[in-house]
Ligand binder design. Sequence first.
Ligand SMILES: Cc1cc2nc3c(=O)[nH]c(=O)nc-3n(C[C@H](O)[C@H](O)[C@H](O)COP(=O)(O)O)c2cc1C
Length: 194
Amino acid sequence: MTIVATTQDRKQLRRLAERIRSRRTTKLFLKQAVDRKLILDAIEVARWAPNHHVTEPWHFYVLGSQKIAECVELTRIVVTEIKDAKMGNFKADSAAAIPGWLVVTCSKSDDELTQREDYASCACAIQNLMLYLSEAGVATKWTTGPVTRDNRFYALLDADPDEVMVVGIIWYGYPKITPEQSRMDVSKIITETD
Ligand SMILES: Cc1cc2nc3c(=O)[nH]c(=O)nc-3n(C[C@H](O)[C@H](O)[C@H](O)COP(=O)(O)O)c2cc1C
């Protein structure tokens, strides 16, 4: 049986497709703070991601200003150690300009397949979160800079690196500049079979 989409259905599909396409990783944000309630709502929606065995492996840290300041200083230290003080100061200054910080962790598993699938679920949850915020006019950047792999970062979050892994920092805020992006021709990534 062929199910025919109504005009209204097609309009909603086009709108959804445009939302997915137009979400952009954004680096420059306005100073204006984002309402905490919107972020909590986004997290509530994010966790409806597909999740094998419904392990719910994610945890979301919504950072306040004190913790953000500590993350900025740790960024300065970590990048200075890896590169040099000039780069450390540059990265810290850029980080200090970000109005909103979320950290997403994934619970670790000794079982390799569970770990892989749990990480995949966390990535899906982050995409849900970013799309929800995008619909609300809030831009994001998922970052996995060196600070996210540093044990001192786990200590800041009071997270145990034996128990969880940091999937990323999600910076968020109202966009100052929205970059352009492109993707290769879609035919290059599709194989249709009999
Ligand atoms: C797992 C993951 C880690 C990422 N880490 C970084 C990062 O450390 N720095 C950065 O500039 N962008 C990072 N990004 C964002 C990508 O660079 C971005 O998605 C890509 O440039 C495509 O742009 P778009 O998100 O606007 O489509 C990350 C994205 C993912 C999925």
